[in-house]
Ligand binder design. Structure first.
Ligand SMILES: Nc1ncnc2c1ncn2[C@@H]1O[C@H](COP(=O)(O)OP(=O)(O)OP(=O)(O)O)[C@@H](O)[C@H]1O
Ligand SMILES: [Mg+2]
Length: 271
């Protein structure tokens, strides 16, 4: 049974008894013939701010951090096996935990020696990575798309403890998200990321799949996707609708994510 089918089964079960389960003026950073540049800005993240926003995988302690480490291992095995670099994180509908999962997965990978990782906010409608990580509101992917700044200026090296990851945050919501996702500027940005950050696993935080055509536009440019389903909030019909739009993009894992009132409030599984 594939992962979507398993998630459908879970969603069915959850309806009665919720289960905890497991443009043309685009500028890039690479000088002609030169080596890829490191991001210009360097920022140290506040662990307390991260914890308060459920970004817990920056440290090795805690059960919830360990769940993300397990997800990390499963996803990396799949990505390495297939020589994939770009991982899209999306969900059928809003609020399933995409951004929290994307940030935690990136933090967890950043703790591995010699596994460089990059986190990109491609939710142009509702960019929240900067808030969750406690970054200032400057730069942003939209500025790169509009040709107002280079990729290397917009990206930053985010440090937490002894580890670091490259982050390309969003800034303000765009009223033209759908058009940007399908644009030539976006295609060029993704090419530039592939080239300038070629040694990194790149995790893209996307909007919900069924909200608009943003995800459908960008999926063909992704190597694989991580589908986040909210137990009790994602319906069987939502999952089936997502399945129709996958267009051949492999699903690396389905994460069933659930907010609960139990003592350990992180409850999810991977399929
Ligand atoms: N595993 C979890 N346990 C408890 N709460 C969670 C979990 N994952 C996410 N949340 C909470 O759920 C809310 C939505 O999370 P998040 O912003 O990651 O969702 P999203 O899918 O990115 O939403 P959107 O569709 O609006 O972008 C946040 O308040 C977050 O703290
Ligand atoms: Mg989000």
């Amino acid at each position: 049974m594939d992962s979507i089918k398993q998630a459908i089964e879970l969603a069915r079960g959850a309806s009665t008894a919720p289960r905890q389960t497991a443009s043309a003026n685009f500028r890039t950073s690479l000088p002609q013939g030169g080596a890829p540049e490191a991001p210009v800005r360097d920022m140290r993240l506040d662990p307390n701010h991260l914890d308060a926003n459920r970004i817990v995988a920056h440290g090795a302690s805690g059960q919830s951090g360990r769940y993300y480490d397990m997800l990390r291992t499963q996803v990396l095995q799949e990505m390495d096996k297939n020589s994939w670099q770009f991982l899209a994180v999306t969900s059928p509908t809003a609020g399933c935990g995409k951004t929290v999962t994307a940030c935690n997965l990136a933090m967890s990978i950043a703790r591995l020696p010699e596994r460089p990782v990059m986190l990109v906010d491609l939710d142009l409608r509702k960019p929240t990575i900067a808030n969750y990580l406690g970054l200032d509101g400057t730069g942003g992917v939209l500025n790169v798309l509009e040709g107002r700044t280079s990729l290397s200026s917009a990206a930053l090296q985010a440090r937490v403890g002894p580890n670091s990851l490259v982050v390309l945050p969003g800034s303000v919501p765009s009223p033209n998200a759908s058009e940007w996702m399908a644009s030539q500027a976006m295609a060029m940005l993704l090419e530039a990321i592939k080239r300038d950050f070629r040694s990194r696993i790149v995790i893209f935080d996307l909007p919900p799949m069924l909200l608009a055509d943003d995800v459908i536009s960008i999926l063909p440019r992704m190597d694989a996707m991580l589908l986040i389903a909210g137990v009790g909030s994602t319906s069987v019909a939502d999952l089936k609708e997502c399945q129709k739009h996958l267009q051949g993009t492999p699903v690396a894992r389905v994460v069933v994510n659930k907010v609960t009132e139990t003592t350990d409030s992180y409850c999810y599984g991977y399929y």
